[in-house]
Design a protein around this ligand. Sequence first.
Ligand code: GDP
Ligand code: MG
Length: 439
Amino acid sequence: LSDRLSKAMRKISGQGKLTEKNMNDMLKEVRMSLLEADVNYDVVKNFVADVKEKALGQEVMESLNPSQMVVKIVHDEVQTLLGEEDAQIHFKKQGMTTIMMVGLQGTGKTTASAKIAKYCKEKLKKRVLLVACDVVRPAAIEQLQTLGKEIDVEVFSLGANVNAVQTARQALDYANDRQKDLVIFDTAGRLHIDEALMQELSDMKALVQPDEILLTVDAMTGQDIVTVAKDFNEQLSITGLVVTKLDGDARGGGLLSVRSITQVPVLFVSNGEKVDDLEAFHPDRMADRILGMGDVMTLVEQAQERLDMEVQEKTAKRMQEGIFTFNDMLDQFGQVKKMGSIQNMMKMVPGLNKLARNMDTDVVDSEMKRSEAIIQSMTPYERDHPEVLKASRKNRIAKGSGVKVADVNKLIKQLEQMQSMTRMMSSGRMPNMSALQNM
Ligand code: GDP
Ligand code: MG
């Protein structure tokens, strides 16, 4: 929590009951916190009023820890405002899909165009064409061409002397002839919105009739984002948002304002200068960030960097040689613990995300603790030579760790599974996912 919020929480958590008075105190801090995060003033005002209404209407009010309740309502409300989790590009069922990227200069349109192109090409197997329609900024065309080369996606350009609409027209023919699935138009920006730019974009829109018009929203910009979003939306009816520069330390509250104005979903999050720095949008994490709740996932990611590289490398090397013992297992548990929980770790793996959410973490964590206790009751020699574990040793280990012999057997079985997987990997055959999930 941000200082402000946590102080307010501490103050009223001693008071037992949520009253209108202490809730107002709390909401005052919420308001300040949101304003500090660059959320637009009007948005904040409405938001706080909504939260208050919700909180007062809660029957559970008397029994819940009041500060927790307000924070939960606030968090849920922010998350709702931020919109859906799994928004996707609307691809045409048949034929060519077109996307126009729009936004102010420097917000990351060109970079995002290339990132999205790469994503669609690699993950969705689309034949993509990038079109350089920024003929205003010097070197804008070269920038896109360089990116295109890097991601191996064709870039269409007629040079800086042909205007954007002309370029777009010919690009459409070109893409049609070559049966492209997706055409992404990178457009020009300005430092401020002006008539000429809006006219150009409107003309392009009329010609291309894009399936998506995506506005890039720079997480670092402050209050003026509201006017920008309003203008772009009024003139072009944008269909989606791409939040950029989330790798910076801005809280990104501007997004809340943009969402409340446009009501269109966030399709992607851009968090770095490299072409792979593109992520799906997670409203829950974003809500944490905006409220200053220390973005749990950011912490997790930092923790991952701190992972003991030596241990990892050691294990990896041994695994390559087909070796996996209880000591390696212990090391892995240690790594998981550094990440907070196995669930946090799974959340970072695309595809395991849903699984992680539905998983009973307490069960998994307590099972891990038990396994750890069992291994700790083994002698160092036993840990590296599990084959010596016969009945009497198993008995001793079970007693020492306070479990049943059956539990020891189960763990040995798991180790054997890991060992055979390791051997498969070292011989170049990857285990399939179902084998992994049974672990
Ligand atoms: P455009 O003018 O809207 O096309 O913006 P560009 O794509 O040229 O990006 C402007 C600058 O911001 C470039 O230096 C990019 O490398 C940088 N940039 C774009 N997206 C990100 C991002 O997500 N994170 C960071 N750190 N930099 C970014
Ligand atoms: Mg550009």
